[in-house]
Design a protein around this ligand. Structure first.
Ligand SMILES: [Fe+2]
Ligand SMILES: [Fe+2]
Length: 308
């Protein structure tokens, strides 16, 4: 089976947003941060071209690991969903989990905004979910050789804090999912916006990492290989983490819209070939080439020593 993995398109559409929704809350910080640091680098046209390229590769399934919006606003979710039409794929063949920018405020969480716009991309074949950040997680989608397990690591945080949290209830459900016969007979592919490992310093991890990542890593150590897909770092990479006689493949996708000087961060997506018996057979990337305005094949860098 061919699985395409993209992440962090950060669709921004402020049209029609009343000014009062931008004032007096965390969105002001987010908006200013965006304009100062990266607003000019996330290009919707690159994301549209990427979706065309994904479609041309004819994957069996597409996994999207969050930060589809910037400020969790309705027009952004609408714009993203409209862009997804470019894939010309059924929502049952596309799985989306939220990033911290998709549950950006308490209001967005309370309204269950991510689920209301993108619930069709997170339906579950098994009734195993618990309530988390306005949705039901994990969701499980049994597709041929793989079992896609969608998690929500996103929770509203204070300004300038982008850390994630899975929580005891969601993690207990995850352990149950991994032991379920329908999942145990397939290759588990776990989707979470925040990575399972964080090599950064204590402060950076506190501000941006998954606060229960060590417990999450233990949950994934079930004595057989598992793929752990994530975004958040805006950097592609593949790290093999040895655990309990098996391997956790940490697979990071960069931002799908980011134009960046660093080759490992330039816009693109990943492609994984997965076999029922052999697990992950190959992992490679497609990377945006600004001169040709096309995507080229590239190896997925060894992510073991990389900073996010
Ligand atoms: Fe992001
Ligand atoms: Fe993020």
């Amino acid at each position: 089976m061919l699985l395409a993995h993209l992440s962090d398109p950060h669709v921004l559409d402020l049209r029609g947003v009343p000014t009062h929704r931008m004032l007096f809350n965390k969105r002001v910080t987010g908006w200013v941060n965006l304009k100062l640091h990266r607003g000019h680098k996330h290009r919707p046209a690159v994301f549209r071209a990427l979706l065309d390229d994904v479609r041309a590769q004819s994957p069996d399934h597409v996994a999207i690991t969050g930060d589809v919006t910037n400020l969790s606003l309705e027009p952004e979710f609408e714009a993203f969903r409209a862009m997804l039409d470019g894939l010309a794929m059924s929502p049952s063949d596309v799985s989306v989990v939220p990033g911290n920018h998709d549950v950006y405020t308490e209001g967005a969480r309370r309204a269950g905004r991510f689920a209301s716009y993108l619930g069709a991309y997170g339906t579950s074949d098994l009734d195993v979910g618990t309530d988390h950040a306005g949705g039901r997680f994990p969701f499980v989608r049994l597709r041929g050789a793989v079992a896609l397990v969608g998690l929500c690591s996103a929770v509203p945080r204070a300004p300038l804090v982008a850390s994630g949290h899975l929580g005891d209830a969601q993690r207990a459900a995850l352990r149950g999912v991994l032991a379920h016969p329908e999942v145990a007979s397939r290759v588990p592919v776990v989707l979470a916006h925040h990575p399972v490992r964080d090599p950064h310093g204590a402060l950076a991890s506190y501000l941006r990492g998954l606060d229960d990542r060590d417990a999450f890593a233990e949950d994934l150590a079930q004595g057989r290989d598992v793929l752990a897909l994530h975004g958040h770092w805006h950097r592609r990479g593949h790290e093999r983490i040895a655990s309990a006689g098996a391997v956790i493949h940490r697979l990071g996708a960069t931002s799908a819209s980011l134009v960046h000087d660093d080759a490992d961060r330039m816009a693109g997506y990943n492609l994984y070939e997965i076999d029922a018996d052999r697990g992950l057979v190959s992992a490679r990337a497609r990377v945006w080439n600004p001169s040709t305005e096309r995507f080229d094949d590239a190896a997925l860098p060894d992510g073991a020593s990389q900073r996010g």
